[in-house]
Design a protein around this ligand. Structure first.
Ligand SMILES: [Zn+2]
Length: 324
């Protein structure tokens, strides 16, 4: 392992329930990664203090000097301004106008880059993951919510205010289900893990046969997934409809941006074939044949480490990360 000056980047993935901190080489190899809980009730100062402390502890434990660290990249819930590094508002963390970048620079005295968590994850998959062979990659993270990121011509596309790529809030059904953002019919209101659980819960009011009515644990996207694997018809239908809504959203992306690849990440993507098989068959019916035939619809390869690797990539590949 090289100990040269500026040879290691710190990647931090800040989430509503946990924070991951990792050390990543300039080539995108994850050296080590640790996780600690996000103590939201302690407020932003304490959380940012702990992020800085844990980063220092981690590189010291691994035998790196501060000199060998090139900088710190953070993927944070947003919306945020990647240029100023100010997190505008995050309902999960209860933050408002928090100068995350400045506060970390203050504590660590090194360069810090901040971007949206889903953008960081997409950047990670583009850099060294499933999207590596491609120049234009759109990423979707299906978890508690639905996040998005756009890499075009090898650069993150931020839009003029830095808040572009919020694919989860693309309306896929006018006047549809209520989204946590307040609008109706967003992709997030159909394809997030939360939405899968809610839609299943509503379906239980009908008379469709399912084992999910007799569940002795809370209904989550995971329990629906497990029931579907065992052949439960209702659980299967929920996943098929989720794949349908996802296909509507992805088809819009394909028509607007014509990217080479769409990478699907997050816990819901772990459903694998259960999601991807119906997704491709719905998409085949919707998309222009030429687009469908040549566009890659891929499952992310970095798993839950995509955010950490991508955040470190903001430091390792600053020109790709900050342009556009
Ligand atoms: Zn929304």
């Amino acid at each position: 392992m090289t100990r040269e000056k500026g040879s290691i980047c710190v990647g931090i993935d800040l989430g509503g329930t946990s924070v991951q901190v990792g050390l990543v080489t300039l080539e995108g190899k994850l050296v080590v990664c640790e996780q600690f809980p996000t103590l939201v009730e302690r407020g932003h100062e304490a959380i940012i203090d702990e992020m800085a402390q844990r980063a220092v502890q981690l590189w010291e434990k691994e035998g790196f000097s501060a000199d060998s660290i090139r900088g710190v990249g953070v993927g944070s819930p947003g919306p945020l301004d990647p240029e100023t590094g100010i997190v505008l508002v995050t309902p999960n963390l209860k933050w408002e106008n928090v100068p995350l970048k400045a506060m970390l620079v203050d504590r660590l005295s090194m360069q810090v880059a901040v971007d949206n968590d889903a953008v960081s994850a997409t950047f990670g998959e583009w850099w060294v993951g499933a999207g590596k062979p491609y120049r234009d990659v759109v990423g979707l993270t299906l978890g508690t919510g639905v996040g998005g990121g756009i890499v075009l011509n090898g650069h993150i596309h931020h839009g003029f205010q830095g808040i572009g790529g919020h694919i989860g809030h693309m309306v896929i059904k006018a006047e549809g289900r209520l989204c946590p953002c307040g609008n109706k019919g967003c992709l997030e209101a159909y394809a997030s893990g939360t939405a899968i659980a809610e839609r299943t819960h509503e379906a239980l009011a009908g008379d469709e046969a399912t084992v999910l009515r007799r569940l002795d644990q809370p209904l989550t996207a995971r329990t629906v997934y497990e029931a579907a694997l065992k052949g439960d018809p209702l659980a299967h239908r929920i996943f098929d409809r989720t794949a349908f809504y996802l296909a509507v959203g992805i088809n819009n992306i394909l028509n607007i941006l014509n990217p080479q690849a769409v990478v699907i990440m997050g816990a819901v993507a772990n459903a694998g074939e259960l999601l991807f098989h119906p997704l491709l068959s719905h998409l085949e019916k919707m998309a222009f044949a030429r687009i469908y035939q040549e566009t890659q619809i891929l499952q992310g390869r970095l798993g839950e480490k995509a955010g950490v690797v991508g955040a470190a990539g903001l430091i390792a590949r600053p020109l790709d990360g900050m342009m556009g």
